[in-house]
Design a protein around this ligand. Structure first.
Ligand code: SF4
Ligand code: SF4
Length: 382
């Protein structure tokens, strides 16, 4: 019997739904439509230190270069909107906030498993020489461009992909196939005159609608940036310790968005607005145990503790001073330097004494600069 690409596509999309993907569509294997905007963004340095995004931009914007056999692409979306934070805890400065996408299991593994099974299904039911490659997020593809072309949603002014039923809380994965399938069409955009995401961003990270300067984005500063967070950005981060959801939370399309059903993406208790002070005292073993198979591992322990110091500095809570004083002795300079900053913000005689004592012993130049800046802050407010 002759192979029917339209029927196969329909069955493939049904198989994707059975795998738990709420969204699925087919994109043609053509270069990204947002290629020029992406190249401009890279050229303007807006990706910061995310070198995986800036390496070989020509390749990233053309699936035909990534895998020359590509003839069509299945793009699938998995909803991670599995809970709503308690509003009181969400705004409690003594508690830290993780972005919603990070509170469950590592989505890379969850989605890769689903795409692997979908590929096996396609190999079993497709033409004899069918082959495929799958990518989740960190692959060399512009997934959002593919997803928009596959009809999964439109580019919102907050740069997320938006869907009228699913909002924007969903992950994307792509399965490149060497068989040609009828592509889906793009859907129309529904941002209209709304500017809520731009207005709500606490760091002014949107240089224009649809254009994000990652270097000012809390997600970048708390996850991707490996070194010190620029001092002028720290007060703007509030109590976010891994990512930020503000420009999605305010989006009207997320207010009525569907709820995700994959239990692996549901929040672990330890990641639901945890108290900051105990987090700062977390040992290596506790970090590994708490964040096993979690996206939060990406920051490593020193990165998370750096973020916790910043959030404690923003908390205004004098109860944090003793823990921050102990953090001045931390083995990681990154943690010591941010603890010094936080003590400078919180102020008080105990903070001043500890910063002065540490300055006598500190050998790292960068940490000494932080300690000296903290002392100036302490002197100006005492
Ligand atoms: Fe701004 Fe937060 Fe959105 Fe980044 S994630 S653009 S900091 S609101
Ligand atoms: Fe679009 Fe408004 Fe949502 Fe921003 S908040 S993405 S402008 S609908």
């Amino acid at each position: 019997m002759e192979w029917d690409a339209t029927e196969f596509k329909q069955r493939l999309l049904e198989a994707a739904k059975r795998e738990g993907f709420e969204l699925a569509g087919i994109a043609a294997a053509t270069p990204a439509e947002t290629r020029q905007a992406y190249l401009d963004w890279v050229r303007d340095g807006r990706a910061g230190e995310m070198h995986y995004l800036t390496r070989d931009p020509e390749r990233r914007s053309d699936p035909g270069i990534v895998w020359p056999e590509t003839a069509s692409i299945l793009v699938a979306g998995l909803n991670y909107h599995t809970w709503e934070p308690d509003p009181a805890e969400r705004h409690d400065p003594s508690r830290g906030q993780f972005a919603r996408y990070a509170v469950g299991e590592d989505y890379h593994e969850v989605i890769a498993g689903k795409l692997r099974r979908l590929r096996a299904w396609a190999v079993q039911w497709g033409p004899r020489d069918l082959a495929g490659r799958y990518y989740v997020d960190t692959g060399p593809l512009l997934e959002r461009d593919l997803a928009a072309r596959a009809g999964l949603g439109w580019f919102g002014k907050n740069t997320c992909l938006l869907n009228t039923r699913q909002g924007s809380y969903f992950f994307l994965g792509a399965l490149l196939l060497n068989v040609e399938l009828p592509p889906d069409g793009a859907v129309s955009a529904h941002c209209g005159t709304c500017t809520r995401c731009q207005d709500a961003c606490p760091t002014g990270a949107f240089v224009a609608p649809y254009v994000l300067d990652a270097r000012r984005c809390i997600s970048y500063l708390t996850i991707e940036l490996r070194g010190p967070i620029p001092r002028e950005m720290r007060p703007l981060i509030g109590n976010w310790i891994f990512g930020c959801d503000i420009c999605q939370e305010v989006c009207p399309w997320n207010r009525k968005a569907a709820v995700g059903s994959d239990p692996r993406l549901a929040p672990r208790d330890a990641l639901k607005a945890p108290e900051l002070i105990p987090l700062l005292e977390m040992t290596v073993e506790q970090f590994q145990e708490t964040f096993r198979r979690s996206p939060v591992k990406r920051t490593k322990r020193q990165g998370l503790l750096r973020n916790v110091c910043v959030a404690l500095g923003n908390s205004g809570d004098p109860a944090a001073v003793p823990a921050l004083v102990r953090a001045l002795e931390h083995e990681e300079p990154l943690v010591r330097g941010h603890a010094a900053w936080a003590l400078g913000r919180l102020g008080g005689p105990a903070a001043g004494d500890a910063v002065r004592r540490r300055l006598d012993a500190e050998e790292e130049d960068w940490v000494r600069e932080e300690l000296e800046a903290a002392l100036r802050e302490l002197c100006s407010t005492s």
